[in-house]
Design a protein around this ligand. Structure first.
Ligand code: MGD
Ligand code: MGD
Ligand code: SF4
Ligand code: MO
Length: 666
């Protein structure tokens, strides 16, 4: 029997592999033996006929791909890199990469090719939380653990659909509810998560800043500020207090779309709860004011001191299995490595550690900027930007201008593969080993369960081959993934709050390791005076607005049994899939006005593009708002490409669209 961990979502469930069977690991702390349909289907995904098994190459995207050798593919890539100036090279990585893969790609790009254009799909996912946590706490740190829900009195879930996106954690929430935890769900849709709520608030999309500011104001006005905590651990209190004197309360409540009674109902539960956790995901992060939404939420916990106490705190729920690990490595273009930035001192430390003089002094391009930057080489690994970036028609035009697009993928049917010149076959989950950090700082180890398919390689080995071809044999001399982990552990000593050096591969084989626990025990923030920062933020209504021609606001999100594009989960052999993947949720009143019935074929269009879907008529969604799942691969033909000005995260949850009936199903 081999113990390993699921590679899908940020929960990071432990599992056991025996005689070709996968089971949940009953001894594992996060999932206690439970797995969701995606976890159970991990094994099936290795054997799917759509695996990419050989390197492929073509001169133009108009040509068919031809099988080529690793030698030829790698030398083509290295030659092109050598003749290209470094600011024209980009690495587009993924929160689904293992820490070892991430580390190598970051070291090669930033340390040896000398470009900081090394970014990741986490830009579209967690970057608003990263920036807000840094602004508020001084570091990108999650001060809550999943087990805290058992010690809490109130869990507020806002812009998070745990029932579909963090399934096994959701089961745990249900268990905690039986033990007395109250649950409030805030979402423009009555989601599966809302079904377990004690109170559901159908907030109007994009008004979370107003909502959390209203809470902060009540905390101040009703004397619920934790004076001692604020005095000793928080900056800017007087400033915030003064600002809150003048906020337009009635207007703000109106913008949330909630009634006074609904807010009072909320407030009654809130003020009577001793221990509170507020958890959020894409409903807040994916916004042109994503950072400010996060800050408004964090403010509430700083004011009432409900942070750094078991059962309390602001809890950003990471989506991808290793988005957190990627951040620890430093795989964002706005950071250098191991939570260090681009200040002189950090560059000096990292240069010395890697023994290089190539590190560029300024931040690189973000994933959401790369395609607009006239790059000459783009290396995409473990992600599908043509699918996931907003305003897809524009993305498709831009990517065609890049002379060399390399895609490293374990499957052949991504959307990006239609626009690449070279495809390199990666070994997927189960055929390789390495580490990942889940949503509550728990580092877990994925084990190799079956032999690696003949022509496939672990992602780190592919970056190593490119490094070798570029002449960096000595600097990238790793025999196995453990060698890389050890070097990374050594590097975390440059920023000791990342106490990842306190574990090892052999320990991780036995049990997971949680970094940063001391930080919350010591109540330590990482600003210059060790106090957290309050930030006064306001809803500036920066998102796209509905109008006469495009009267609906489009929200997008997950379906329980599919992972994004579904290259891994959407398999003919996956018998476990039972939730609909292609639908458009529309309110009964709107549907009636448009003469649309449940199941009808409809066209949804925005000023940028259009897609087709099937109407799901329901009262579970606010009027004038529609929802489409990201399991529709064409979703981003519709979405707008506005970005948050600090995190550069897209505003996926607020595009103006219209709907037309195409075909009555009856
Ligand atoms: N099954 C499955 N699970 C997954 C994934 C997957 O593809 N499939 N992907 C993983 C990844 S990468 C991520 S990032 C997570 C995402 O995890 P979640 O963010 O929990 O998943 P979403 O479905 O995107 O849910 C976002 C919710 O925000 C709501 N929302 C939209 N706009 C607003 C708003 O303005 N305010 C508020 N309060 N709510 C709003 C939407 O209605 C939706 O219910 O899921 C992870 N888990
Ligand atoms: N409209 C809209 N757009 C969104 C979002 C949204 O909510 N709404 N969410 C955004 C978010 S939060 C995210 S995280 C992104 C997700 O978007 P993507 O990351 O583009 O989606 P995935 O389908 O998860 O892509 C992962 C790719 O990795 C490949 N792969 C699987 N295993 C391996 C491996 O071991 N090695 C390698 N090299 N490749 C492998 C898969 O085949 C797949 O092509 O989408 C973003 N885009
Ligand atoms: S909840 Fe997440 S980690 Fe757990 S089995 Fe499901 S997909 Fe895997
Ligand atoms: Mo994500």
């Amino acid at each position: 029997m081999i113990k390993s961990v699921c590679g899908y979502c940020g929960v990071g469930c432990g599992l056991e592999f025996e005689e070709n069977k996968l089971l949940g690991d009953v001894t594992y702390p996060t999932n206690e033996g439970k797995l969701c349909s995606k976890g159970i289907s991990e094994l099936v995904s290795i054997q799917t006929p759509t695996r990419l098994l050989r390197p492929h190459k073509r001169d133009s995207i108009k040509d068919e791909y031809k099988v080529t050798s690793w030698e030829d593919a790698i030398s083509t890539i290295a030659n092109k890199i050598q003749e290209t100036s470094k600011e024209k090279i980009g690495f587009y990585l993924s929160g689904q990469l293992l820490t070892e893969d991430y580390y190598i790609a970051n070291k090669l790009g930033k340390g040896f090719i000398g470009t900081n254009n090394v970014d990741t799909n986490s830009r579209t996912c967690m970057s608003s939380a990263v920036v807000a946590q840094k602004k508020a706490f001084g570091i990108d740190y999650v001060p809550v653990r999943m087990e805290d829900i058992h010690k809490s009195d109130l869990l507020i879930l806002t812009g998070a659909n745990t029932a579909e996106a963090h399934v096994v954690f959701h089961n745990r929430i249900k268990k905690a509810k039986k033990e007395g935890l109250k649950i409030i769900v805030i979402d423009p849709r009555f989601t599966d998560t809302a079904k377990i709520a004690d109170l559901y608030l159908p907030i109007k999309a994009n008004s979370d800043i107003d909502f959390f500011n209203l809470i902060s104001k009540r905390i101040i006005d009703e004397g619920l500020v934790d004076e001692e905590f604020v005095l000793n651990h928080v900056n800017n209190y007087e400033l915030l207090k003064n600002k809150f004197k003048r906020i337009p309360v009635t207007k703000m409540l109106k913008r949330t779309g909630l009634s006074k009674e609904q807010f009072e109902q909320f407030w009654d539960i809130y003020k009577n709860s001793e221990n509170i956790i507020t958890a959020w995901t894409m409903g807040l992060n994916q916004s042109s004011q994503g950072v400010d939404k996060n800050l408004a939420l964090i403010n509430t916990h700083l004011l009432n001191g409900k942070i750094f106490k078991i059962g309390n705190g602001p809890f950003s729920l990471t989506g991808q299995p290793n988005a957190m690990g990627g951040r620890e490595v430093g795989g964002l273009s706005t950071m250098l490595a191991v939570h260090l930035g681009f200040d002189k001192e950090s560059i000096k430390k990292v240069s010395k550690f890697w023994n290089t003089n190539k590190i560029d002094k300024k931040e690189g391009l973000t994933a959401t900027q790369m395609l607009e930057a006239n790059l000459d080489v783009l290396i995409i690994c473990h992600t599908d930007p043509v699918y996931h970036l907003p305003n897809r028609n524009k993305v498709e035009k831009l990517i065609q201008k890049i002379p060399l697009v390399v895609e490293i993928n374990a499957y052949e049917n991504s959307e990006t593969s239609n626009f690449a010149h070279i495809k390199l076959p990666a070994a997927p989950w189960g055929e390789k080993e390495g580490t990942q950090t889940n949503l509550d700082r728990t580092i877990t180890k994925q084990e190799k369960l079956t032999r690696t398919s003949i022509d496939c390689k672990a992602d780190w080995e592919i970056f190593q081959l490119i490094a070798f071809e570029l002449g960096f044999e000595k600097e990238f001399d790793y025999k196995k993934s453990e060698d890389i982990f050890k070097e990374f552990q050594e590097m975390t000593k440059l920023n000791p709050h990342l106490n990842i050096y306190d574990t090892s591969y052999s320990q991780l084989k036995e049990e997971p390791f949680i970094w940063g626990e001391e930080i919350r025990e010591k109540k330590e923030f990482f600003t210059s005076n060790k106090k957290a920062n309050l930030h006064f933020v306001q809803n500036k209504l920066l998102s796209e607005k509905a109008n006469l021609k495009y009267p609906f606001i489009l929200l997008t999100g997950r379906t329980r049994d599919q992972w994004h594009t579904g290259t891994k989960t959407n398999l003919p052999r996956t018998l476990l899939k039972f939730k609909e993947l292609n639908f458009c949720e529309i309110n009964t009143k709107n549907a009636k006005d448009l003469n649309i019935k449940d199941g009808d074929l409809i066209k949804i269009s925005s000023i940028r593009g259009e897609i087709e879907s099937k109407a799901l008529v329901s009262d579970n969604i606010r009027v004038d708002t529609i929802f489409l799942p990201v399991s529709h691969r064409g979703i981003n033909y519709l979405t707008n490409d506005l970005l948050d000005k600090e995190s550069f995260q897209p505003d996926y949850n607020h595009s103006a669209v219209k709907i037309e009936l195409l075909k009555n199903q009856s």
